[in-house]
Design a protein around this ligand. Structure first.
Ligand SMILES: CC(C)(COP(=O)(O)OP(=O)(O)OC[C@H]1O[C@@H](n2cnc3c(N)ncnc32)[C@H](O)[C@@H]1OP(=O)(O)O)[C@@H](O)C(=O)NCCC(=O)NCCS
Length: 175
């Protein structure tokens, strides 16, 4: 993703995240950290015939990667594009030498959770009232060893129960 993509990205952002839309400034700020030798971000877009139909971003802090956002145009859902974007972020996490990747996801976003589970993410806790307004909880999910999960894996057996975590810190992410 480059700065000239932001207009199209914002259109998708407003439609797909109507309650916690990122501003233009947030995308500018993220992209400012995505270039050069000290880059800590990787943002990608998926384009079809000049139209942006998906985007995703990862932040790396030391050995921890965070999925900042991931989104696919509604008319492309179920085509495997979400999986391709997530795989690209996990490749980036591997390049940043992250040993784990974390994300927050609305507890009611079952579709996204299924996508993450297919790549081996496991629920590790909740952040109460993370998404404002609306006071919606976030499910925190974690993937250890992103290098081993750049292709989806089918989870075997039940995933461990999530635990409580009331601490809300940092930028509100939707990935
Ligand atoms: C979550 C989101 C990114 C998923 O994107 P997607 O492109 O639909 O993801 P995929 O196509 O890879 O996978 C979704 C489904 O398509 C199926 N699928 C994957 N590849 C496929 C293919 N080649 N052909 C047909 N179906 C396929 C998957 O099995 C999956 O089915 P499931 O719902 O039963 O698990 C998308 O729904 C979205 O943008 N949602 C709104 C924003 C959002 O909530 N982002 C996440 C915030 S935490």
């Amino acid at each position: 993703m480059r700065w000239w993509d932001i207009d199209q990205v914002l259109e998708l952002e407003k439609e797909l995240f109507p309650e916690d839309t990122w501003s233009r400034g947030m995308f500018w700020s993220e992209l400012a950290h995505s270039r050069g030798p000290n880059a800590t971000r990787r943002y990608v877009v998926a384009e079809e015939d000049g139209r942006i139909v998906g985007y995703a971003g990862l932040a790396a802090t030391g050995e921890q990667g965070d999925i900042q956002t991931i989104a696919v145009a509604r008319d492309h859902w179920g085509s495997g594009l979400g999986s391709r974007l997530l795989a690209e972020l996990l490749r980036a996490a591997t390049d940043f030498e992250c040993t784990e990747v974390l994300l927050e996801c609305r507890v009611d976003n079952v579709r996204a959770q299924k996508l993450y589970e297919r790549f081996g993410f496991e629920p590790i806790g909740f952040r109460r009232g993370y998404y404002q307004p609306g006071n919606v909880d976030a499910l925190v999910m974690r993937l250890s060893d992103p290098a081993a999960s750049v292709t989806p894996v089918t989870p075997v057996g039940p995933v461990p129960p999530a635990t409580e975590d009331d601490g809300v810190e940092g930028t509100e992410t939707h990935g």
